[in-house]
Design a binder for this molecule. Structure first.
Ligand code: F1P
Length: 309
């Protein structure tokens, strides 16, 4: 079994631990009304996007997300929250070093003794969610669970959905698919980007991701038989029909009658929270890798943390 399989399966328990940590470290996390920027690289950037959209949607204050290297240094934020599993990613470390004096920063890290943890005003360490794998799964979703618990969401219920997601059969056989596009809206756009990154990292697979409303503005041209569109959360009316008209397979646990489109998978099942749907996409990516004879623990051209010299 690959390390990444073990880490994927441990997510329900990690989410519960993240929720407990959110209570313990509430004072270090963004406070209501603050203007906040969430930053990261790769997976951590996509989780930053989801965090920002959820916090703003919860009425907690204006929240932006940036790839760490693209942070607009001319803007002023009350708090900059960096998400970084390793705590060593160059762009994140550089940004924390260069923040204007007086900016409160917080690093959500796997390793509490890492450079990012030391540079930030406060560090919230989640060693229980740290990973051996290069390809991130549980650290990323646990960081999001931490934020969601801090926003008052019932992470216990999310963990129950995660228990289903780690063991339910996959919605589609990866061996039947030559391309996948993930879609999301609002906070699930970040999840869509992350799901597509998993397929590229673990399986060198052709994967794309878009906000669902933008899909008909060009990307739909790629859809067709043997290809897959996978949507997280709510999607715009009519989109499912437009996708199915292309002959592509469509996975979306919220579309009425969707089980008919994908061969009876999970018929009659209550839709899972999109964060649990992401677990299914992580498992899909790992399964893609193994079905293509690749080792998901050894992604091509990728290291566990990108440290630039
Ligand atoms: C960020 C990251 C990962 C990617 C790879 C390289 O890491 O870009 O998203 O999968 O492992 O590093 P981190 O800053 O969260 O440690």
């Amino acid at each position: 079994m690959a390390y990444v399989d073990t880490e994927i399966t441990s997510q329900p328990d990690c989410w519960r631990q993240a929720a407990a940590l959110a209570v313990e470290r509430a004072a270090a996390l963004p406070q209501p009304g603050e203007r906040v920027a969430v930053v990261g690289c790769g997976t951590s950037w996509f989780i930053a996007m989801a965090c920002a959209a959820l916090r703003e949607q919860a009425g907690q204050g204006e929240t932006d997300a940036f790839q760490a290297s693209e942070f607009p240094t001319g803007r002023r934020y009350d708090r900059v929250m960096a998400i970084t599993r390793s705590g060593t990613t160059t762009e994140v470390v550089d940004l924390l070093t260069a923040l204007p004096t007086g900016t409160t920063s917080i690093a959500i890290v796997g390793d509490g003794d890492s450079p990012a943890a030391h540079l930030a005003t406060e560090a919230v360490a989640m060693p229980f969610a740290d990973e051996r794998s290069v390809v991130q799964t549980r650290f990323a979703t646990s960081a999001l669970a931490l934020l969601r618990a801090h926003l008052g969401e019932n992470v216990g219920a999310l963990a129950a959905d995660a228990e289903v997601a780690v063991r339910t059969p996959l919605p589609i056989d990866p061996a039947r698919i030559e391309q996948v596009t993930f879609l999301g809206r609002g906070w699930t756009v970040g999840l869509a980007y992350e799901a597509a990154l998993k397929c590229r990292e673990a399986a060198t697979f052709w994967s794309e991701a878009y906000p669902a409303m933008d899909y008909r503005h060009g990307p739909i041209s790629v859809a067709g038989p043997g290809r897959l569109v996978w949507a997280f959360g709510e999607i715009p009316p009519g989109l499912a029909e437009d996708i199915m008209a292309t002959g592509a397979a469509f996975v979306h646990s919220r579309t009425h009658g969707w089980h008919a489109m994908i061969g009876g998978w999970a018929a009659g099942r209550t839709p899972l929270d999109p964060m649990a749907d992401l677990i299914l996409a992580q498992r899909f990516a790992v399964s893609l890798a193994t079905s293509r004879g690749l080792d998901p623990d050894a992604p091509r051209h990728l290291t566990r943390s990108v440290v630039l010299t």
